[in-house]
Design a protein around this ligand. Structure first.
Ligand code: BGC
Length: 262
């Protein structure tokens, strides 16, 4: 299979690389551009175009995006500029880079990669992947099937705030709390998700997953907990896989009617 370019748009960095989808690996070191502030459609599209040019790439581009994504259009904008709401990610990035772009939620992309190539491989039960970064992203799988756009980082939490404002990495930095205090908070969040969903497995990804060994002992859920095996590359690999799947759908004239989530 030809390499596919996967791009992960995050609250702090826009990262991309060529992905080998037979192996689920990056073919080159990822190229990262700090997320422009404000992260408007034009500014982020420029960063995406720079990544595509860096790899001198022609072909379908997969994009994981930090919002609810339906049919390629952003529906929310928690950690990016509000002008994204209602904007087509696929058209905006497609015009800027001159390639067809296929966009999905960033946590859903990371989840798909982990279920296929990483910590969730062959898992048949209920799996919740959480990306811990600027925001908290979630992806739920049951018997390997994704329920898209779940947004459990936006569960209403204490003082009418959302869970993401309580225990994402972004919250830890903003509130200047120790890693130990953060781990206690994150544990409470996992226990709440366990109460609601009875998962068999939590997979923890995003930037924070590289510190998994330092906080795993603070987690008291009965579900198994594993760090994302593809670490912070899961979003790039899953985005490329999404483009490969949906490129084929669009070749058959079905793009835009393929079931709703982007
Ligand atoms: C967004 C999600 C996203 C997550 C991680 C949240 O604020 O609402 O769509 O998956 O951040 O980037």
């Amino acid at each position: 299979m030809n390499p596919i370019l996967g791009i992960d748009v995050g609250g702090s960095g826009v990262k991309g690389s060529l992905v080998d989808l037979d192996q689920g690996t990056l073919l080159q070191d990822r190229y990262r551009i700090p997320t422009p502030q404000p992260a408007t459609p034009a500014a982020v599209a420029d960063a995406v175009a720079q990544i595509v040019a860096f790899f001198n790439y022609k072909g379908p581009v997969g994009c994981g995006f930090p919002a609810i994504v339906k049919n390629g259009v952003a529906q929310t904008a928690a950690n990016i500029d509000k002008s994204w709401i209602g904007t087509s990610i696929e058209t905006t990035f497609g015009k800027a880079c001159g390639n067809p772009v296929f966009a999905t939620n960033d946590a859903d992309a990371a989840g798909m990669a982990e279920m296929h190539f990483g910590a969730g491989k062959d898992e048949e039960g209920l799996v919740i992947l959480i990306t811990i970064g600027t925001g908290l992203g979630t992806a739920i799988f049951y018997k390997g099937m994704l329920i898209p756009n779940t947004e459990l980082g936006h569960l209403i939490w204490k003082n009418n705030k959302i869970a993401e404002a309580y225990c994402s990495s972004g919250a830890r930095e903003r509130l200047k709390i120790s890693r130990e205090e953060w781990a206690g908070r994150f544990n409470k969040y996992l226990l709440h998700l366990e109460l609601l969903f009875s998962p068999d497995l939590f997979i923890l990804g995003g930037g924070e997953s590289k510190y998994f060994d330092t906080f795993k002992d603070a987690l008291t859920t009965n579900a198994r907990v594993l760090p994302a095996q593809l670490l912070n590359n899961a979003g790039i690999i899953g985005a490329a896989a999404y483009a490969e799947t949906h490129r084929r759908v669009s070749l058959h004239g079905l793009h835009g009617r393929h079931g709703g989530h982007g």
